[in-house]
Design a protein around this ligand. Structure first.
Ligand SMILES: Cc1cc2nc3c(=O)[nH]c(=O)nc-3n(C[C@H](O)[C@H](O)[C@H](O)COP(=O)(O)OP(=O)(O)OC[C@H]3O[C@@H](n4cnc5c(N)ncnc54)[C@H](O)[C@@H]3O)c2cc1C
Length: 438
């Protein structure tokens, strides 16, 4: 039997692939619910992810998986409008003329940023088209130095720096330029006249998880069951130990795939992972009316959150029984941070006063409900030298034969962690198990 630790998208994808090829796989999930970071809340209509989710056009494996599971038609490509809040004003940032009229940049600033996003290096006056081809070349370059050199000081200070502050806080100095370049390439497709094309699954990504669960077989998934140990003999994995409400359980296993955060791998095997993770506090606020015109609002002005994401400006509110759904999110670098320490009621107050100061028309009395999720490990800090710290899928050399890893510290989750990366990590680890057992 192949034991899979974690019932998020990576673990379920691994189990699906293995069973499809005739292997017996069993998923163990510590929580009562499946889905991990892609778990959902109920609304008056379709469920909504606890943390905002969309797909980029460059992500293909998850689309193929949806097609295999009969959900291909349910993938929708929609325009997700972006805007930037700076000096008390919202500036739409999608269409060429919106960017050209952005008052905080000179024509030269816009030219330099435009060239970078088109992968053209204009330093030195002669355009070069291959500078950005190899991300690895920028792995050791600090993102700040890179952004200043490859755009302008002003673009860095008015744009990249506030975004890096929101995403990485005081860890921004450590982040590599390869991450930024990877993000620019990763974003995928833009409609020049409308904006960025992003994907969503009609009914929410929970439908994909449900389809995976059905394909794997609910009887092959144990929820409320935490894996507590992995035994090996003569460097070959032999047993998986788990705990549920009935007590301790032991299973004979030939292979184990750990599809969870690296700390779980560390606890179960003693492996040391040097990647640092950041946490997130993220609320969904259901409102009776729309707050803004945009899907994704980055914020340069002082605010207690890093971004406001109005989901129902991307997917229409009638899908949610007319509720307007706003994500308010902040990345957390340390458990000492005030927002991390706050109760749900205090967070609600913090968000409301922050929204009021940006949007004075925001009316608290029109809020239906607020739900808050917090998780101490939601994204790696993509610091310099990151790729050297990635955990290999096959851990036979490092731990014992038969142990594999498919969690967020795997290669498929670079340069940005995603559902697609989770599916790929699950598939890659399953493929390696199958190669071993052939
Ligand atoms: C704020 C935020 C925004 C995001 N935005 C997007 C986006 O726009 N688009 C996108 O594609 N992706 C996005 N993601 C990323 C996406 O959610 C993740 O990459 C993906 O869900 C990771 O799946 P996973 O299976 O690797 O890990 P997880 O979802 O973390 O699943 C791991 C599971 O393992 C379980 N577990 C842990 N320890 C044990 C144990 N000892 N025994 C048994 N079970 C255990 C956990 O309970 C968990 O359910 C976002 C994530 C966050 C947090």
């Amino acid at each position: 039997m192949i034991g899979i630790v974690g019932g998020g998208i990576a673990g379920l994808s691994a189990a699906y692939r293995l069973q499809q090829h005739g292997y017996e796989a069993r998923v163990f999930e510590a929580n009562d619910d499946l889905g991990g970071l892609a778990a959902v809340y109920e609304t008056a209509g379709d469920p909504i992810e606890k943390f905002y989710h969309h797909l980029s056009k460059s992500e293909e494996t998850i689309v193929e998986l949806a097609e295999e599971l009969g959900l291909g038609e349910a993938i929708e490509w929609r325009i997700g409008k972006n805007a930037y809040y700076i000096d008390d004003e919202v500036h739409p940032m999608d269409k060429p003329w919106e960017i050209l009229s952005f008052p905080h940049w000179s024509i030269y600033d816009k030219f330099r940023l435009g060239m970078l996003t088109l992968d053209i290096d204009v330093r030195g006056g002669v355009p070069k088209f291959d500078t950005y081809e190899q991300l690895d070349d920028f792995e050791d370059v600090p993102v700040e130095q890179f952004a200043r050199e490859h755009t302008t000081q002003n673009v860095y200070e008015t744009f990249f720096e506030p975004l890096l502050d929101a995403k990485f806080g005081d860890r921004k100095q450590d982040v590599s330029a390869a991450w930024l370049l990877g993000r620019i390439k990763f974003r995928g497709e833009r409609d020049l006249l409308k904006g960025e094309v992003l994907g969503y699954l009609d009914g929410g990504f929970g439908r994909l998880l449900d389809a995976l669960v059905e394909a794997v077989g609910r009887e092959n998934i144990e929820t409320g069951t935490r894996v507590t140990g992995i035994d090996s003999k003569d460097r070959q994995v032999t047993k998986l130990k788990a705990q549920n409400e009935t007590g301790e359980l032991t299973y004979d296993v030939d292979n184990v795939i750990i599809a969870a955060m690296p700390n779980v791998l560390e606890e179960l095997t003693g492996y040391t992972c040097d990647i640092d993770f950041q946490g997130t506090v993220c609320s969904v606020i259901s409102i009776q009316n729309r707050l803004m015109d945009t899907y994704w609002l980055n914020i340069a002005d002082e605010a207690p959150f890093g971004a406001l994401i109005e989901h129902t400006n991307f997917v229409p509110p009638d899908r949610y029984g007319g509720e307007h759904l706003l994500y308010v999110a902040r990345y957390i670098q340390s458990p000492e941070e005030d927002v991390w320490q706050q109760t749900d009621d205090e967070i609600r107050e913090t968000w409301f006063s922050g929204i009021e100061s940006l949007f004075p028309s925001f009316d608290r009395s029109r809020v239906n409900w607020v739900q808050t999720a917090r998780n101490p490990r939601t994204a790696p800090v993509y610091e310099r030298g990151y790729l050297d710290m990635v955990i290999p899928y096959d851990l036979s050399d490092q731990i014992a034969n038969g142990i594999y890893y498919a969690g967020m510290a795997s290669r498929a989750q670079y340069p940005e962690r995603s559902l697609n990366g989770g599916v790929e990590a699950g598939f890659n680890s399953a493929h390696m198990v199958m190669m071993e057992r052939k």
